[in-house]
Design a protein around this ligand. Structure first.
Ligand code: ATP
Length: 411
């Protein structure tokens, strides 16, 4: 008798286009699993509430029961959520990440043949971004211009800490940027471990440490420290390169770098964030895995997504590699302008599902979905976001696109 492996996965369809992209995606997920495992593996989908739908049904944007379900299953998948209006939670996405301490926001960015892109050689972009998810100015420690606490903080800075360079102390808002050694190192550790496991060539630490020395600069040096202390056999850092150069000269350092590459070691380097935004446009082929702080990661993820065809196709995952908790999610917003019209591209959610199956070790199902998407895009059988930019495309609705993928993966 064959035993069936059943996995309970909580899901949040999401607001706006969420419902339609979820429906199309769930059908594709189920079809891929049936095809890959012949009924021996199965997902039991468990809907959980968050966002507008939740607020309308329960009066709460993020009910405790939702968090309990994610705790129990350890993983979940979700569509986009409306940002709550009026008090309480600032952002459901940020709250979920904080409550579950999902410290790594992982965004693979690759090009699919056939996708319209604004750059000449989009196929040169193939990176995986690890964005720190819990610290930085995103921690939400902010005080408004008219908040009495702001005056207290400014007085404290000026009177106790001898700060003299707040340009307009009477009319400032204040934001605090905490970046810790612990937070930086767990993120960089995850990025390096991923690079080693996936046979990637380099990990680039992206920071603005030339200006913010003790936060962004700290991220860079703590990152190098992780590589040198925890992965000394499998990595070679550009900080080691500089040390060798200082003691034994450039030639010896270059030879050491060459030897490390030949030995298949992961090269750890760093780039200043503004330069990095130029580099990814000019020389995307030079970068592989990227580890960065929260705000830099926000900008870089969107810039890179645009390079390979944009928002409808970029997947994401928020992961705590220590506890195993993970939420896989479409990276775009609720797209209210096209909601309910069958125009939304479900690929961002579908590819987030691919990441989820890979995380579960269900590689066969993941591969079936990826190759069906590749085929549909090459054949220009696409949703309206791409159809409007391509000649001779076959325009499909969200649901038709999902159904078409099912036909393709069953071939
Ligand atoms: P929110 O307020 O939830 O962030 P938004 O509309 O401001 O929503 P996005 O949802 O990210 O931000 O949308 C930005 C643009 O990209 C919109 O024009 C939207 O229609 C388009 N877009 C977003 N997601 C998709 C998708 N899955 N397929 C096609 N177009 C999309």
């Amino acid at each position: 008798m064959t035993t069936i492996e059943e996995k309970i996965i909580p899901y949040i369809p999401g607001d706006g286009v969420g419902q339609e992209i979820w429906q199309a995606s769930q059908n594709v997920f189920d079809a891929a699993i049936t095809k890959a495992y012949n009924g021996e593996k199965k997902i039991v989908w468990q809907e959980i509430l968050a966002g507008e739908k939740s607020f309308n049904e329960t009066g709460e944007w993020l009910p405790e029961a939702t968090l309990d379900a994610i705790h129990a299953a350890k993983i979940a998948i979700k569509g986009p959520l409306t940002t709550p209006v009026g008090g309480g939670i600032r952002s459901i996405n940020v709250t979920l990440r904080q409550k579950l301490d999902l410290f790594a926001c992982v965004r693979p960015v690759r090009y699919f043949d056939g996708v319209p892109s604004p750059v000449k050689e989009p196929e040169k972009t193939d990176m995986v971004i690890f964005r720190e998810n819990t610290e930085d100015v995103y921690a939400g420690i902010e005080f408004a211009i008219d908040d009495p606490k702001t005056k207290k903080i400014i007085d404290f800075l000026q009177n106790e800490l001898d700060v003299t360079n707040i340009r307009f102390p009477e009319t400032s808002g204040i934001g605090i940027k905490p970046i810790s050694k612990e937070g930086s190192q767990r993120l960089v550790y995850a990025a390096i471990e991923y690079a080693i496991k996936q046979g990637r060539k380099s990990v680039t630490l992206v920071h603005k440490g030339n200006i913010m020395k003790f936060t962004e600069g700290g991220f860079k040096s703590w990152g190098y420290e992780v590589a040198e202390n925890s992965f000394s056999d499998a990595t070679f850092t550009m900080r080691q390169f500089d040390d060798i150069k200082a003691t034994d000269g450039l030639k010896t350092a270059q030879n050491a770098l060459k030897a490390a590459k030949e030995a298949g070691k992961v090269i750890i380097n760093d780039v200043i964030a503004d330069n990095f935004l130029q580099q990814i446009l000019l020389y995307p082929e030079r970068y592989d895995v990227v580890a960065t702080t929260n705000l830099n990661g926000d900008y870089i993820s969107d810039a890179l997504a645009a390079q390979v065809g944009g928002i409808g196709i970029s997947p994401g995952a928020n992961i705590n590699y220590h506890t195993g908790y993970a939420i896989f999610e479409a990276t775009h917003g609720t797209a209210p302008d096209i909601a309910g019209l069958g125009k939304a591209n479900p690929s961002s959610l579908l590819l987030s599902g691919v990441m989820m199956f890979e995380y579960l070790g269900w590689q066969e199902a993941a591969d079936l979905i990826t190759s069906a998407i590749e085929t549909a895009l090459i054949n220009k059988q696409v949703t309206s976001d791409f159809a409007s930019q391509l000649n001779d495309a076959t325009l499909l609705t969200t649901q038709e696109f999902g159904d078409h993928l099912i036909t393709l993966l069953n071939k």
